[in-house]
Write a protein that binds this ligand. Structure first.
Ligand code: APR
Length: 256
């Protein structure tokens, strides 16, 4: 690891220690080391699949085609995916009182599986399927995806994953939590996101406008880096967050 990163990690740790309200804002990049591909970049899912299949109107008009893509890009990956060191570091920061909340764009449930409890999912969660006819909700593991599209065991209505499609409204609770975080955070820890997608990508700039320090964790520059980022910890989330966790929580060696 370059000395620059070690120096930057120390600076980030100081900022976090002095913060009374820290928000982690995460995107697909934090789950890449758990085996879940990102949407953009050279390995990006949108290079292989047409994102229009994830538009709400397309799903409603051609559910079988949409579900085929949904199964391949989400459900075929999620069951084996486990939280990585970055998810675990954030859960530890919450336990130690150094992280007030996570606003995630991810639907993979890995923050919760890592032990984080204050998680707000801007784009919903893939673990539940909802019936569009009778509104009953089912854990995704209870519904077979062998025949697509899946139908409600109760009323045969069409089942939809409980995540937010393009063109679908952001749920009120995470939206309010995100705007509140952007108004009261001293530090925003932005991990693994390009900042491409509206309206999620409005949150970090709003936090900056309200005086938050922006620490970014990403191996590459994002839409935020040259505009709002105060400190870029350049590297993979798992590696960087492991170093940050050590810097924050391993007691300094006595030098006497
Ligand atoms: N560690 C940290 N960041 C990483 C890693 C890694 N190991 N690998 C890749 N990245 C970074 C990439 O450099 C990129 O900036 O993660 C980001 C992934 O960007 P996207 O795939 O665009 O993910 P995200 O920003 O979360 O997408 C937002 O777009 O398709 C919609 O709803 C979907 O929530 C998603 C939204």
């Amino acid at each position: 690891m370059s000395n620059n990163l070690d120096r930057d990690i120390k600076e980030a740790a100081d900022m976090l220690r002095n913060s009374n309200f820290t928000t982690a804002y995460t995107g697909a990049g934090i789950s890449v080391e758990s085996g879940i591909p990102p949407f953009r970049g050279e390995e990006g899912l949108w290079n292989k699949y047409d994102p229009s299949y994830l538009e709400l109107n397309f799903f409603l008009s051609q559910p079988e085609k949409s579900w085929k893509v949904i199964k391949q890009i989400f459900y075929d990956f999620f069951d084996d995916a486990k939280p990585n060191a970055a998810h675990l570091a954030l859960a530890k920061m919450e336990k130690q009182g150094m992280l007030s909340r996570i606003i995630t764009q991810n639907i993979d449930n890995l923050h919760q599986e890592a032990g984080s409890t204050k998680v707000y999912e801007f784009h919903g969660n893939s673990m539940k399927l909802v019936c569009l006819a009778c509104s009953r909700v089912f854990p995704h593991g209870e519904i077979s995806l062998d025949h697509l599209p899946p139908h409600c065991p109760d009323c045969q209505g069409l089942l939809k994953p409980d995540f937010i499609f393009f063109g679908e409204a952001i749920p009120q609770e995470p939206l309010a939590a995100a705007y509140e975080a952007a108004s009261k955070s001293d530090v925003f820890l932005v991990i693994g996101t390009t900042g491409e997608v509206m309206p999620a990508n409005q949150i970090p700039p709003l936090a900056k406008q309200n005086g938050a320090k922006i620490i970014e964790v990403n191996p590459e520059a994002s839409n935020y880096t040259s505009r709002i980022t105060d400190l870029l910890l350049k590297g993979k989330a798992g590696e960087v967050m492991t170093k940050l966790e050590k810097e924050l929580f391993s007691a300094p060696l006595h030098d006497d």
